[in-house]
Design a protein around this ligand. Structure first.
Ligand code: ASP
Length: 455
């Protein structure tokens, strides 16, 4: 059995929906389909999910929201009319939006989740109805009926284990099933959404629940590129990548697949394939537990993410002071700041975090560290970029760091820090944000077009 998920651009208009259903109906094993909300139809367009956020903002500010609501209804009306379907769903959409607004307007975060869920929910109903009208027995299943039970944290739902047993029962249906992505139901009976881009997470949960043989994630590219195509011209498409590599690359800015979606899959080793709705015959990228390593794929991918802040701390004889790092991390914990890397020397330590973690309270955090940790020097650097070189093959070969530092030196890039985890699956280089693109280009050239690393 295959579980297939189609992202926003794949279900953004009637033509795309027809492509999706051709793919779904062409293969008997594609029993369960997860859909996103209609995404952008062209570059300047607005995603339905963002239209729903605009509607929410109007309601919360007690402003006239009717035109925002109508824009949303119009998105579905356009699709319905192009597919020559009946208008009945449009009044359901209107009534549902109004009833959420009426009942939840005094509970803003509940209202936001309820409205956000509408994007995928209406789309799933529409697509199921259309497929039925084309003679393919199809059933819409809401996340509640499917058994997707989640924690009660608005916009940040996490799946509860009890869901998996319930989801297994979906195997009993004979029809094709269409399930909306992006949300579940909490035990308190509230609609709760996953983080943005979370339809991938629903797909992964359902794939694990029904013990699918494969989870197909359809998007608008024919797989995952080894580097950002807006930086590197025609980068290679990755044919196979491991869950761990994918996690590292998604962390560092590869947006094709949600990193939280890997968790349910890797537990049961369900493979994922990233495919293109517009070119379904392209092979795509497979994400699995293991992969074949050869001389051309030692490094899976290169990415560079911006907007990091570093705290540089110096303390003479730091290595001899038991508990010094714990005190510093204690301050971060008090502010609920999570950090990403911590390269250190004998008398110094750098703590690297996403800038948004410390924004608006930097001064207080620095003061607390000064007061509580008796540091000799404390400085902060903004505008750090993190270059990540990711590849399972690196632990088998000598000289990866050498190749990369060579590529960076060649491009005249100052290397501020370096960090390699014990698993040797990735190496992180801290560089100035202005060098980010140059660094990706230069390391890509070295790793794939020139002095490629050999096993
Ligand atoms: N529609 C949601 C978003 O735009 C979820 C998704 O498409 O995966 O974030």
């Amino acid at each position: 059995m295959k579980v297939s998920k189609f992202g926003g651009s794949s279900v953004s208009n009637a033509e795309q929906i027809k492509k999706v259903l051709n793919i779904v109906n062409s293969d008997e094993d594609r029993k369960i389909t997860i859909v996103s909300a209609p995404g952008k139809r062209h570059k300047e367009d607005v995603k339905t999910t963002d239209l729903l956020i605009r509607l929410y903002e109007k309601v919360i500010d007690r402003l006239d929201y009717i035109s925002k609501k109508e824009e949303i209804i119009q998105r579905y009306a356009d699709i319905i009319h192009e597919l020559h379907m009946s208008d009945t769903l449009l009044s359901t959409i209107d009534q549902t939006l109004e009833s959420y607004i009426a009942t939840l307007k005094d509970k803003p975060s509940r209202l936001l989740d309820a409205l956000l869920s509408c994007g995928e929910n209406f789309n799933a109903q529409l697509i199921a109805e259309y497929n039925n009208s084309q003679g393919v027995p199809t059933r819409y299943i809401s996340p509640g009926d499917a058994g997707i039970t989640v924690t009660d944290l608005p916009q940040n739902a996490q799946i509860l284990d009890q869901s998996y047993e319930a989801l297994y029962k979906l195997r009993e249906y004979d029809e094709k099933l269409i399930i909306p992505g992006f949300f579940g139901l909490s035990r308190q009976n509230y609609i709760v959404t996953f983080p943005r881009g979370g339809s991938d997470i629903t797909g992964a949960i359902v794939a694990r629940g029904v013990r699918a043989d494969i989870y197909e994630n359809f998007t608008d590219v024919s797989g995952i590129f080894r580097a950002n195509p807006s930086i590197v011209k025609n980068p290679e498409v990755i044919d196979e990548i491991t869950y761990r590599e994918m996690r590292e690359l998604s962390y560092a800015g590869f947006g094709v697949f949600h990193d939280e979606a890997l968790q349910p899959l890797h537990k049961d080793r369900i493979p994922v394939v990233i495919k293109n709705t517009n070119r379904p015959d392209d092979i795509g990228t497979y994400i699995r537990h293991d992969r074949e390593i050869n001389s051309n794929n030692v490094i899976s991918g290169i990415s560079c993410d911006k907007d990091f802040t570093v705290l540089n701390i110096k303390k003479y004889l730091m290595n001899r002071q038991v508990g010094f790092t714990r005190k510093i991390l204690g301050v971060l914990e008090d502010y609920e700041i999570s950090f990403d890397h911590m390269p250190s020397g004998i008398d110094s330590i750098s703590i690297i975090m996403r800038s948004k973690e410390i924004q608006h309270r930097e001064e207080q955090v620095l003061n607390d560290i000064r007061e509580r940790c008796e540091v000799d020097e404390l400085s902060v650097e903004h505008d750090l970029a993190v270059l990540m070189i990711v590849g399972e093959g690196m632990h088998r070969i000598v000289g990866t760091a050498n190749t990369i530092t060579h590529a960076l030196a060649e491009a005249n890039i100052n290397l501020k820090m370096m960090n390699q985890g014990a698993s040797e699956i990735s190496i992180m280089f801290g560089i100035d944000v202005i060098d980010a693109e140059k660094a990706v280009k230069s390391t890509y050239e070295y790793c794939y077009n020139g002095q490629c690393l050999k096993i």
